[in-house]
Design a protein around this ligand. Sequence first.
Ligand code: ZN
Length: 182
Amino acid sequence: MEWTRSETLALAANACVYCHGLGLRTGRRGHEKPCLCVFRSVFRICFKRFRLCHEREKNKTCVSLEGNVWSRKNEEFVADFLSVTRRALHDEDWKIFNYHFLLGADWRLCCRKLNMDRGAFFHEVYRITSRLGRLYRELQPYSLFPLDEYFNGTTRERNRVLEFRARRREGPSFTPPVREAA
Ligand SMILES: [Zn+2]
């Protein structure tokens, strides 16, 4: 897949010292490539939606057809997000992801648990979230991001996508505990 300039521009961090908010950096062979701040931004957007869907799933009270369709999409996104993330990370990275993002432990607690100093911890978090953000966008053939494509894909494509995603989730399922939103 190709990243477009308008896409990276919209996702870049204004204060980024590497791309100065443009979202693109020049790679080793002179090619432009997305800046890591763009990947991290994709991660944050997907993670935020994951938390939201997870909350809604837990408190679901909708009985309408519309409500059920919405609820299935939420459920599916939660399952996809977790399965794609778990597969992408080796055990050490998953431990960090799980403590910090799913269980909501702050850096002090994570550093104590993982026996790391603050600098090393944030370095790892940056590395993991850039990797995941990139993956969520570049995942083939159906990515997790952009979210509007995920949630509002055309109906014709929809069944094929559903089938594919269900296959992607096959294998041992797991439901890690997730901290409730504050
Ligand atoms: Zn940047």
